[in-house]
Design a protein around this ligand. Structure first.
Ligand code: ADP
Length: 318
C-alpha cells in the first residue's frame, strides 16, 4: 500500500509542483495520474522512489516511511518504466532484464526461467530475442522489454511514466492490451502517469485527476464519467459524457456466446433487463459480466468493449 499524507514539493526556484497531496493506493490497485502538462504528475511519481525528495509531508510504503527504507531496498522493490526507452544499448535483451534480479543475487537458473516466462507473456520469443541488442528490436518491442524489465525481480510496486506515449497508435494499443492482461495475472500495485484519457479509462482501477499540484478528483472511471466533481473533470473526461453513457445500449456491447462455449465461471452475472447504470457499476468491479435472459446465458459484456464503445461516442462528440 502507498499512502501520501500532506505531501508537497517545492522546487528550489520556488515552483510548488505538488501541493499537500493526501491519498492512498491499495495493494494490487492500478492508479492512473492524469492532468494537464505541469500539474505535478511526474513529480508525484518520482517522489515515491525518492528520485525527487519531497519538501513536506510523508509517503508510506506498507506502513513504513519511504525515508526509513534503505535506498537500494526501496528502488529494487519498485519497478520503474520511462517514456524514453531506457535500455542499455551495449547489453543484450536478456542482460538488460537481468539487472535487478542479479543485484538481488538470484541464481542463474531462476533468472533465466523468469526472463523467458516474462518475454513469452509479452509475445517475445526467448530463443529469438534474448541475445539481441536493443537496436535490433522495434520501438514497441523495446518498450515491452522496458515493461518486463521493471517486473523482472517481482517488485511490490510498479511506477510507469507515460510509458507508451512515444509509440505509434497501433503499437500503443497493443502494449496497453498486454499491460491489461499482465495487470490481471500479476495484480501489482501500479502508479501510471499519462495525459491520455482513453488510456486512463482503459487501464485504471482508479483515476486521479490533478491540477496545479492538487487532486481535483480521484475515483473509478465509472465515477468520473457519471459523477464528475466539477466542469474541469467533466471536460477532461470527455465533455457532455453523461449523455454518452445514457446513450449506450446493451445490444451495442453484447458479445454473443460462441458455439458451445460454456459459461466462464469467473464472470459475474446480471439479467438482460438490468438498468445500464447498474451494469456499468458492476463493470467497475468486474472485468466481464455474463448476461442472462430467463436464467440462460445470452452473451457477455466486458470492460474493454465498453471503453472502446465509449471512446467512439466521445470521438464523435457524443
Ligand atoms: P507533469 O508531470 O504533470 O507535467 P511535473 O511534475 O513534471 O508535471 O512538473 C510540475 C511543475 O514543477 C511544473 O510547473 C514544472 O515546470 C515544475 N518543475 C518540474 N521539475 C522542476 C525542477 N527541477 N525545477 C523547477 N521546477 C520544476
Amino acid at each position: 500500500m502507498i499512502k501520501f499524507e500532506n505531501v508537497s514539493k517545492k522546487y528550489p526556484d520556488g515552483t510548488v509542483a505538488v501541493d499537500s497531496l493526501t491519498f492512498e493506493i491499495q495493494q494490487g490497485e492500478f492508479v492512473v495520474l492524469i492532468g494537464p502538462s505541469g500539474c505535478g504528475k511526474t513529480t508525484t511519481l518520482k517522489m515515491i522512489n525518492r528520485l525527487i525528495p519531497l519538501t513536506d509531508g510523508t509517503i508510506f510504503l506498507d506502513g513504513k516511511k519511504i525515508s526509513e527504507y534503505d535506498i537500494h531496498e526501496l528502488r529494487w522493490n519498485i519497478g520503474y518504466v520511462l517514456q524514453q526507452i531506457a535500455l542499455f544499448p551495449h547489453m543484450t535483451i536478456e542482460e538488460n532484464i537481468a539487472i535487478v534480479p542479479e543485484l538481488k543475487k538470484w541464481g542463474r537458473d531462476k533468472i533465466k526461467q523468469r526472463i523467458s516466462e516474462l518475454m513469452e507473456m509479452v509475445g517475445l520469443d526467448y530463443e529469438t530475442y534474448a541475445t539481441r541488442k536493443p537496436s535490433e528490436l522495434s520501438g514497441g518491442q523495446q518498450q515491452r522489454v522496458g515493461v518486463i524489465r521493471a517486473l523482472a525481480a517481482d517488485p511490490g510496486i510498479i511506477l510507469m511514466d507515460e510509458p507508451f506515449s512515444a509509440l505509434d497508435p497501433i503499437s500503443r494499443e497493443k502494449l496497453q492490451d498486454e499491460l491489461l492482461s499482465l495487470k490481471k495475472s500479476l495484480r501489482k500495485t501500479t502508479v501510471f502517469v499519462t495525459h491520455d484519457m482513453q488510456e486512463a479509462l482503459k487501464l485504471a482501477d482508479r483515476i486521479c485527476i490533478m491540477k496545479d499540484g492538487k487532486i481535483v478528483q480521484i475515483g473509478t472511471p465509472h465515477q468520473l464519467i457519471t459523477s464528475p466533481a466539477n466542469d474541469f473533470v467533466k471536460e477532461f473526461v470527455g465533455g457532455n459524457s453523461e449523455k454518452s453513457v445514457i446513450d449506450i445500449k446493451l445490444e451495442d456491447l453484447l458479445q454473443p456466446v460462441k458455439g458451445n462455449e460454456v459459461e466462464k465461471t469467473s464472470s459475474a452475472k446480471v439479467s438482460v433487463s438490468t438498468p445500464m447504470q447498474e451494469i456499468m457499476e458492476n463493470l467497475s468491479q468486474h472485468e466481464q459480466l455474463a448476461i442472462e435472459k430467463d436464467g440462460d446465458l445470452i452473451g457477455y459484456i466486458d470492460r474493454k468493449t465498453v471503453m472502446k464503445h465509449l471512446s467512439t461516442i466521445l470521438e464523435k462528440g457524443g
